[in-house]
Design a protein around this ligand. Structure first.
Ligand code: B3K
Ligand code: ZN
Length: 883
C-alpha cells in the first residue's frame, strides 16, 4: 500500500483545549486566485488545561504572525503541514495572523471556495482550518466580527453571521461590509458569502414580538422557486416556539443556495448555506418528495439554531447530540405538517434502507463512535437516523411532557456551552426523576438488536403472554453485546379486528389502554395480560417504538389480518411489508431451484380491501401498495441474489396487477387531476395513490394500452411529480418511448442543473442491460461535471447504491466503474469519493465470485497514490481491517 496509514483519533483521548478564544476579528480581502485573511484573536489560557497554543491549519500560506503586536520569528513557533504551535505565551494576549488562500483551487469544497463564481464557505467539520490558523474544535467558542472586501460589481452581496454593523465603498471598485455575531460559537459555524445573488425576502414576528428579516439568496432567475422554502422556514419558526418554546434570537435569518455543495445544507449561525436542490422548488421542477425534503431540511437547519448552535458539541464524537436530536425534531415537525403515520413509514423505510445495512456491515459504529480517522465519514445514517430513534425512544419512555421538561432543563443548564451526549441524558433524568443508566447503552453499543417474539394463550385463565428475547450480533470491534433497554409498544386485536383493552398482570391498571409500552431490558422476558378473549392477535412494536429487527411467529393469515385491521397504521403497513417480503422470498427460492414461482392471492385481497377503504388517507394507501425494495428483500437472504429478487418482485407485482387490474384502473382514473398543483399533504396523497396505481399497471409492459397510458401520463403531466413517475417507468421500457421521453426531458430542462440531476439519476437507475455503457457516455455530457457533487451522486452514486441488479453485474464491470470513479474523485473531492464507496463494502453478503471482484476493487482503491484519509478509512474498514 502506497499511503501511510493515517492515525485514528479516539474519544478516550479527549483533553480540553490549552487556550480559549473570547473574540475573533476576521478581515477578508476576497480574490478568487489569492484571498488574504487577517485574523485577530483574543486568547486566554484555559485554567483547566495546559500545554502550548495549538492551531490547526491546512493548505494555508502563513504571511505573518504576531503576539500583542510583536511579530514572531520563525524559530518562535513550530509550523507543520497541519498545525502551528507556539509555546511560552502569556495567560492573556492578542494573536494576529495573516494567511493567504486560493479559493479557486478549492475543489474539496471545504473552507472558502467558489460556486458559480460566488464565494462561499463550508466549515463543518474541519474546514475553518483551511481559512486561517485556529483551534478548529467545537469546544472553543468565541464571538466573531467579520469584515470582507471585494469587487462591488462582481460581488454586490456580502454576508456573514450575525448582524450587519457597517458597510462602505473602498478604492478601485471595491466595497466592504462588517458583520458581528454576538453569540459565542465554534468556528465550524462560521460562514461567509460574497456574490452576485438575487434576494427573496419575507419577515417573521416571534412570539415575544421580535421582527426577523428573512432572506433567501439565489442565482438570478431562481427567485420564483423560493416561496416554498420561505414558507417552510416560517412554519418551522412558529412550530419550534409552540412545541419546544424555542424562539429565534437574532434580527436576521439568511439562507443562501449554491450549486456546488458536499451535502444538503449547513446550519451556520444566521447564515444557512444550502445545496440549491434543497431550496429551489416549483411545481414544474420539483417532485412532491422534493417539496417534502425541502420542508424537512429547511426546518432541520433552522432547528439547529438551538440544538447545535446555542448548545453545541464538546467534540465530534458527540455529533449525534446535535444531529440525532435535530433529525428527531425535523421528523416531528414534518409529522405535524403532514400525515404522522405516513411520515413514520417513510422514516422507517429510510432507516431500513440506509442505517440497518450500515449497522450490519463493516462500517457499523455506535451513535457515539469511539474512534475515527476522518470525521466527515461519520455523518452517517447511524449518527443521524439511529440517533433520532434513540431520542424518540426517550420520548416514548418519558412521555411528551416529560421529554419537554428534559429539553427545558438541558437548555437551562447548557445554553452557550459545548457539551456531551451524557449531559443530554442527565438532563432528561434529572428533569423527570428517572434512571436512564441502562438506556445509555444505546449510545455506545453498535448493531441492530434482533427481537424475537412468541406468545402463549391460556384459555382457562384468559391470560395472554408475550415471550420476548433479544440479541445483538457482534459488530467490528464489539463482541458479546449486552441486552438493551427497549421500549416496545404492543397491542392486542380481537377476532373482530378491534383493539382489546390491556390489563397487565401484576399491575393495577385502572385505565383502559389499547397500546402499552413494555420495558424490555433483559435477554428474555415475559409480559402477561389478563382478561384476553380467545383468538387475539398481537400487534408488536407499534409506531416502530424501537429500532429493532423483529421476528414474530405470525402465520400468513395473521399477517393479512393485521394488514386489514390494525388500528396502528404503521403496523398495518408493517404487516403488509412482512407479508410481501415473506411471499417474495418464497418465490425467490422457487426461482433459484428452477421452478415456476407460485402466486397466492391473499395479499392482493388484503391490499384491495385497503384500497377500497374510504376512511384511509390516500398517501397511506400508496405506502401500503409500495412493495419492499429489491435491496431490502436481498438483505433477508443468506447470500444476496439481486437478479432473483428482481424477478420474484416483478412477478409478484405483475400478479397483483393482474388480479386487481379493474380496481387499479379505476383508482388511476379517479385520480385524474382537475385542480391546479398544490404541495399540500392531501394533494400529494392523491398524486401518490394515482402514481402507485400506474406503477402496477405498467407491469403490463407488453400491453399497448398500458404503454400508452404511461406515455400519456408523461406527456400530459402538469407537474414534476407526475412527469417523473412516468419517466421512471418509461426508463425501464426497452422501446422507443424511453428515448423520446428522455430527449424531451433534456430539451426542456437542460438549463436547470437541479432538474438535470433527475435526468442523470433516472438513467443511472435503469434496469436495461446496457445501462453502464450509457452511464459512461453520460460522464461526457456537457451537463455533467466531476467537480459538482450533485452530478457525481446522481450518476455514479445512484448507480452503485440504487441499481443493485446492474451494479452487481456478472462481469464485475459495475464494481470497476465505481472504483475508477472513486480513484478519480479522490483527487478532486475526497468527501464525495468516500461517500459513494459504501456499496463495495457489501461483499460479505455476495457469492464467492462477486466477493472476490469487490475485494479486489477495494484493494485497488487502497493502492492509489495520495489516497485521502477519507477514502482510506472507508476502503480499509470495508475490506475488514479494523482501523
Ligand atoms: N451539519 C451539517 C452537516 C455537515 C457535514 C460535514 N461533512 C448539516 C446538517 O446536518 O444539518
Ligand atoms: Zn444537522
Amino acid at each position: 500500500m502506497k499511503t501511510e496509514q493515517p492515525k485514528a483519533i479516539k474519544l478516550q483521548d479527549y483533553t480540553p483545549p490549552a487556550f480559549l478564544i473570547d473574540h475573533v476579528d476576521l478581515e477578508f480581502f476576497l480574490e478568487p486566485e489569492g484571498t488574504r485573511v487577517k485574523s485577530l484573536l483574543k486568547v486566554r489560557r484555559n485554567p483547566d488545561s495546559s500545554g502550548p497554543l495549538h492551531l490547526d491549519g491546512d493548505t494555508l500560506e502563513l504571511l505573518s504572525i504576531a503576539v500583542d503586536g510583536r511579530a514572531l520569528q520563525e524559530k518562535e513557533y513550530l509550523l507543520d503541514e497541519f498545525f502551528l504551535e507556539v509555546e511560552g505565551l502569556p495567560d492573556k494576549f492578542e494573536l494576529a495572523i495573516e494567511t493567504r488562500i486560493d479559493p479557486v483551487l478549492n475543489t474539496r469544497l471545504e473552507g472558502l471556495y467558489l460556486s458559480g463564481g460566488n464565494f462561499c464557505t463550508q466549515c463543518e467539520a474541519e474546514g475553518f482550518r483551511r481559512i486561517t490558523f485556529y483551534p478548529d474544535r467545537p469546544d472553543v467558542m468565541a464571538t466573531y466580527s467579520v469584515t470582507m472586501q471585494a469587487d462591488e460589481a462582481k460581488y454586490p452581496v456580502l454576508l456573514s453571521n450575525g448582524n450587519l454593523v457597517s458597510q462602505g465603498k473602498g478604492e478601485g471598485g471595491k466595497h466592504w461590509a462588517k458583520w458581528h455575531d454576538p453569540f459565542p460559537k465554534p468556528c465550524y459555524l462560521f460562514a461567509l458569502v460574497a456574490g452576485d445573488l438575487a434576494c427573496y425576502a419575507d419577515s417573521y414576528k416571534t412570539g415575544s414580538g421580535r421582527d426577523v428579516a428573512l432572506k433567501i439568496y439565489v442565482q438570478h432567475g431562481n427567485e420564483d422557486k423560493c416561496a416554498f422554502a420561505m414558507d417552510s422556514l416560517i412554519r418551522s419558526m412558529r412550530w419550534d416556539e409552540e412545541r419546544f418554546g424555542l424562539e429565534y434570537d437574532l434580527d436576521i435569518f439568511n439562507i443562501v443556495a449554491v450549486d456546488d455543495f458536499n451535502m444538503g445544507a449547513m446550519e451556520n449561525k444566521s447564515l444557512n448555506i444550502f445545496n440549491s436542490k434543497c431550496v429551489l422548488a416549483s411545481p414544474d421542477t420539483a417532485t412532491d418528495a422534493d417539496f417534502e425534503r425541502i420542508e424537512a431540511i429547511v426546518a432541520h437547519e433552522y432547528f439547529h439554531n438551538w440544538t447545535g448552535n446555542r448548545v453545541t458539541c464538546r467534540d465530534w464524537f458527540q455529533l449525534s447530540l446535535k444531529e440525532g436530536l435535530t433529525v428527531y425534531r425535523d421528523q416531528e415537525f414534518s409529522s405535524d405538517m403532514r400525515s404522522a403515520p405516513v411520515k413514520r413509514i417513510q422514516d422507517v423505510r429510510t432507516l431500513r434502507a440506509r442505517q440497518f445495512p450500515e449497522d450490519a456491515g463493516p462500517l457499523s459504529h455506535p451513535i457515539r463512535p469511539e474512534s475515527y480517522i476522518e470525521i466527515n465519514n461519520f455523518y452517517t445514517a447511524t449518527v443521524y437516523e439511529k440517533g433520532a430513534e434513540v431520542i424518540r425512544m426517550m420520548q416514548e419512555i418519558l412521555g411528551r411532557e416529560g421529554f419537554r421538561k428534559g429539553i427545558d432543563l438541558y437548555f437551562e443548564r447548557h445554553d452557550n456551552q459545548a457539551v456531551t451526549c451524557e449531559d443530554f441524558v442527565a438532563a432528561m433524568e434529572d428533569a423527570n426523576g428517572v434512571d436512564l443508566e441502562h438506556f445509555r447503552l444505546w449510545y455506545s453499543q453498535a448493531g441492530t438488536p434482533d427481537v424475537a417474539v412468541t406468545w402463549e394463550y391460556d384459555a382457562a385463565s384468559s391470560l395472554f403472554t408475550f415471550k420476548l428475547s433479544q440479541h445483538t450480533a457482534d459488530t467490528p470491534g464489539q463482541h458479546n453485546k449486552q441486552p438493551l433497554h427497549i421500549p416496545l409498544t404492543i397491542g392486542l386485536l380481537g377476532q373482530d379486528g378491534q383493539d382489546i383493552p390491556l390489563i397487565q398482570q401484576g399491575t393495577n391498571s385502572g385505565d383502559r389502554t389499547y397500546s402499552k409500552t413494555l420495558r424490555f431490558d433483559c435477554e428474555q422476558q415475559n409480559f402477561s395480560f389478563t382478561d384476553v378473549p380467545p383468538g387475539a392477535v398481537p400487534s408488536i412494536n407499534r409506531g416502530f417504538s424501537a429500532p429493532v429487527k423483529l421476528s414474530a411467529m405470525y402465520s400468513d393469515d395473521e399477517l393479512l389480518f393485521l394488514m386489514e385491521n390494525d388500528s396502528d397504521l404503521f403496523n398495518r403497513w408493517e404487516a403488509a411489508q412482512s407479508s410481501a417480503t415473506r411471499l417474495i422470498l418464497k418465490m425467490i427460492g422457487e426461482i433459484q431451484s428452477g421452478r415456476e414461482p407460485q402466486y397466492v392471492s391473499g395479499f392482493a385481497r388484503a391490499l384491495a380491501s385497503n384500497m377500497a377503504n374510504p376512511d384511509l388517507d390516500p398517501a397511506f394507501v400508496a405506502q401500503l401498495m409500495t412493495l419492499p425494495s429489491i435491496s431490502y428483500i436481498s438483505e433477508q437472504m443468506q447470500v444476496a441474489d439481486f437478479d432473483a429478487a428482481e424477478k420474484a418482485r416483478s412477478f409478484f407485482k405483475h400478479a397483483i396487477a393482474t388480479e386487481l387490474c379493474g380496481s387499479l384502473k379505476a383508482l388511476y382514473q379517479q385520480g385524474v387531476a382537475g385542480t391546479a398543483y398544490s404541495p399540500d399533504a392531501a394533494s400529494m396523497g392523491r398524486r401518490a395513490l394515482r402514481n402507485a396505481a400506474m406503477d402496477y399497471l405498467a407491469t403490463f409492459e407488453d400491453d399497448r394500452d398500458c404503454r400508452e397510458l404511461v406515455v400519456r401520463h408523461y406527456e400530459t403531466a402538469d407537474n414534476m411529480t407526475d412527469r417523473m413517475a412516468a419517466l421512471a417507468l418509461l426508463n425501464d421500457f426497452s422501446g422507443a418511448e424511453r428515448e423520446v421521453a428522455l430527449a424531451a426531458f433534456e430539451q426542456r430542462y437542460q438549463q436547470d442543473p437541479v432538474v438535470m440531476d433527475k435526468w442523470f439519476m433516472v438513467q443511472a437507475c435503469s434496469r436495461l442491460p446496457d445501462v453502464l455503457q450509457r452511464i459512461k457516455k453520460l460522464t461526457s455530457h456537457p451537463g455533467f461535471s466531476y467537480k459538482n457533487p450533485n452530478k457525481v451522486r446522481a450518476l455514479v452514486g445512484a448507480f452503485a447504491s440504487a441499481n443493485p441488479v446492474r451494479f452487481h453485474a456478472e462481469d464485475g464491470e459495475g464494481y470497476r466503474f465505481l472504483a475508477d470513479n472513486i480513484i478519480h474523485m479522490n483527487a478532486i473531492n475526497p468527501q464525495v469519493a468516500s461517500r459513494i464507496l459504501a456499496p463495495l463494502g457489501g461483499w460479505r453478503r455476495m457469492n464467492p465470485k462477486h466477493q472476490k471482484m469487490m475485494k479486489s476493487e477495494l484493494k485497488r482503491i487502497l493502492a492509489t497514490e495520495k489516497l485521502s484519509g477519507d477514502v482510506y478509512e472507508m476502503a480499509s474498514k470495508s475490506l475488514g481491517k479494523e482501523a
